[in-house]
Every structure is written in C-alpha cells, then in structure tokens.
Design a protein around this ligand. Structure first.
Ligand SMILES: Cc1cc2nc3c(=O)[nH]c(=O)nc-3n(C[C@H](O)[C@H](O)[C@H](O)COP(=O)(O)O)c2cc1C
Length: 241
C-alpha cells in the first residue's frame, strides 16, 4: 500500500490512539441506520470516501472490490426489484446506495497493484484461489467503506437482503463483476427508530378497552426531546387512570 507521506507519522515514534470522540463515532456509538435525512451526497463526498477506503489492506494489494454508487432515480429504479421487501423502501429512500461488488478478473491488475513480484500467474494457474480471495478481500473492503463513511460523518446501513443474480443481470451484464452486498449511505436520523413493525392503529382497539369496561388496558405514549434522544414514557391504565 502507499507509503506514509504524512510528516507527523514519519517523525513520530509510534501512532497515537484516536480520541474518545473519534472512537465513539467509528465504533462505540455508531449504529446501523435505516433512515437518512433528505440530504444529497455530493460527488466530492463520494471521492473522499473512496480516497479513504482504498488504503485498507488486501492480500497481494489485489483490491478486488468494485463499487457502484446508485444515486439517480433511474439507477434506484433498476435496483428496486432486486431488493428484499424489508429492504426496499428504505433503500429507495436513502440518498445513496453502494453496490459492493468484486471483479472476478482482479488478478489482471496485479502487475501494477503488487509490483513486488508477478502474482498474476498464481491465479491463472490455480483458478480455485480466485473465489476465496475475492470473497475475503472484497468483504474486507466493504467494511473499510463503512468505517471510512463513519469517519467522514456519514452513516451506513449494510444489507445482504437482495437477489444477487438480479443485481448482476441489471448492473453487470458482461458477467465480470459480481455483487457481494449493499450499503445505504447518508446522514442518519433516529426519526423512525423504535417504531413497531406491523403495529395496528388505535382505532382498531377492542370495545372493552375503548369503553373502559375492564381493567388491564394500558395506554402508552412517548415524548422525545427535540435536542436529544432522551425520552419520557407515560403509562396509563384506562379504567383507573
Ligand atoms: C453484511 C451485512 C448484511 C446485513 N444485511 C441486512 C439486511 O439485509 N437488512 C437489514 O435491515 N439489516 C442488515 N444488516 C444490518 C445488521 O442487522 C446490523 O448491522 C446489526 O444488527 C448491528 O446493528 P448496529 O450496527 O446498529 O449495532 C446487515 C449487516 C451486515 C454487516
């Protein structure tokens, strides 16, 4: 990989640990996001993202991952039918979705990527090495992308719930690249976190609860502060409360 050109790194005896704020943002308080603010991700941000993630190590510096940044309504339209039902709406609403794919002929680039010696013949003579190499290193590169996104203040929502054959047909018709997994990116919001899947409307509550005829029907409500994630929960028993 690239030489350390940063003077601070060259002159220091050792690297220093990142501060707590950085560690929180990258790991400890970072979460998987399903909902994002309605804020576009610029080309400049995409380039910054790639310029960070590309430094992550891979075997032979092979870098087999390839990234398709799906942002336009047309591209999202192609992706939509490939998604599992649970992933569809949130992915179509996300500002950006990355298809993390692999180049099944990555070894053609080894002479320039790994100048130490020519590793290309190794993969040409033993094709069985290709699959585990792209699987292992391509997945690592997807993880580097998630951490690079977090380092840039973005939030990520990785997904394997999609039909890879359909993605390959729609985006990689020549068969050389293969989809590994997807990552939604944007500025995450907690707006919809905690919503109950499949919850029913209050108008459907049973008559005894509606008419306060028996004990044991509780009303629950939440009040969430506008400037924090703190929450007050109220519980009232309908007959006695
Ligand atoms: C490779 C991968 C595939 C995932 N696939 C899905 C998915 O298809 N749908 C989904 O809603 N979440 C998916 N997730 C999100 C995980 O459920 C989530 O990262 C995990 O529960 C940890 O949550 P946290 O990051 O908020 O702690 C996936 C995560 C990874 C890393």
């Amino acid at each position: 990989m690239g030489a350390h050109s940063d003077t601070a790194v060259q002159t220091a005896d050792r690297h220093v640990a990142l501060d707590d704020h950085a560690l929180d943002q990258l790991f400890r308080t970072a979460r998987t996001y399903n909902v994002f603010r309605d804020e576009a991700i610029s080309d400049e941000t995409i380039h910054k993202l790639y310029d960070l993630l590309k430094w992550g190590p891979t075997a032979f510096n092979a870098q087999p991952a390839r990234y398709v940044f799906v942002r336009s309504p047309e591209a999202k339209g192609k992706l939509g039918p490939t998604l599992s039902s649970g992933n569809r709406d949130k992915t179509l609403a996300a500002p950006l979705t990355v298809i993390v794919a692999v180049d099944t002929h990555f070894h053609e680039h080894l002479p320039s990527q790994f100048p130490s010696y020519d590793a290309r013949p190794l993969f040409e003579s033993t094709p069985a090495l290709i699959e585990p190499t792209i699987q292992r290193n391509g997945s690592l590169q997807g993880a580097y992308l998630i951490l690079a996104a977090r380092a840039l203040g973005l939030d990520a929502g990785p997904m394997s719930g999609f039909n890879a054959d359909l993605v390959n047909q729609a985006f990689f018709a020549d068969g050389r690249w293969k989809a590994n997994f997807l990552i939604n990116l944007g500025y995450g919001t907690n707006e919809k976190r905690g919503r109950l899947p499949g919850k029913r409307h209050i108008s459907e509550r049973p008559l005894p609860a509606e008419q306060r005829r028996e004990l044991g029907h509780w009303e629950m409500d939440t009040v969430i502060g506008s400037a924090s994630n703190d929450c007050i929960l109220t519980l009232v028993e309908r007959l006695t409360g």
